[in-house]
Design a protein around this ligand. Sequence first.
Ligand code: PMP
Length: 450
Amino acid sequence: MVDRDRLTELATREQARFRAEHPRSEQAFARGAHLFGRVPMTWMNKTAGAFPLYLNTAHDATVTDIDGRQYDDFALGDTAAMAGHSPAPVVAAVTRRLGELGGATAMMPTEDAEWVGAELTRRFGLTRWSFSLTATDANRWAIRIVRAVTGRPKILVNSYCYHGSVDESLIVVGPDGEGMSREGNVGAPCDVTATSRVAEFNDLDGLERQLAYGDVAAVLMEPALTNVGIVLPEPGYLDGVWDSTRRHGTLLIIDETHTFSAGPGGCCREWDLEPDLVVIGKAIGGGIPAGAYGMSAEFADRALGRADLDLVDMGGVGGTMAGSALSVAAMRATLEHVLTDDAFTTMIALATRYADGISAAFAEHRAPWSVSRLGARTEYRFRPQAPRTGTESHRAADEQLDDFVHLYLANRGVLMTPFQAMALMSPVTTVEQADHCVAVTSEAVGELLA
Ligand code: PMP
């Protein structure tokens, strides 16, 4: 349906404009000789232009680059900046801890931690919390503990999930319906099928078949996939997952790192989920590294009661700066003052307005593409029906089209998350910003499908 010659022609035009308007970013990239892949983190090479844009300032939902250009930021740090960039209460709490009080990493607990634990309990329902600096680590440590407590060796995940750089999660459903290593898996410690099982999202039969082996300690899943485009659960699916795990003595870990967009207590609260553990990261630190995992009191007591598990020193769970005074102060400020219940009401209303606008633009230009929304987060995929599984969504990827849209928007002052056509609303994103994003997207689609 998309004329590829026209797409190539427009993409070439946009590349030339991008290059012409960002000489300082291009030079900074060319100078990056002492960096692995020329960038501070290799994923920063995931960019639709020939080089990444270099950051100058970021406040609220507005970013500027070193060429002096300004952008409405809908990437919001791939959810890490869902609170907006540098929210004032977080800046105040962090500045106070770092400056006036000192002791960012003093190896002593602070009273803020219990406040954060109680607030996460109010939001997500689980009653015992521990902290990390990333969602990846929260997942890793949760996995180790569930394995130890259940005595079972394997973790089950969904095909084309993403839970961070977690060895056990790099598995996909192969052509024969069984698990195999995800393509591109870097330096796996062993064959991933030795540690993991996999089922498609929305496939209860597949899940049941895998859990029947009796060797799965826990299912680790997002309640809606978000890293391969949004894949929403079909009616009854999440209840079915819960039933299946109960039947097979398997624990359920829900990773709310991205699905926190659904509401103040993520999908757990919105959809009345009752997982055994919850993992969260990114946004709860308001820009400062922070992550957490929560469990029930009974489960916590089982783990702590095991004299053979070293949960205090070098047993494989924990990090020196995890739960640091600085990180915990940032979480408290974010949850108490920024990502509040009221803030989610505003964010979700704005995302609804944006999603409706994008759908109307696609209809106007007869673009047969699906739009999915999860609370404050909206994505579109270049296929008529929203995908049902991770594999389906993975196959629907259209990199050329994706890059064109990203570049077209960047050239007109709009940033989307580099990995998907995802737009996230923060509490401080304005109606004007959301409407501008819709208008520019409509213009891009109109030009392409003219
Ligand atoms: N869980 C989910 C659901 C994620 O989307 C991500 C990152 N995209 C992570 C965990 C890992 O987060 P981090 O890279 O901050 O450790």
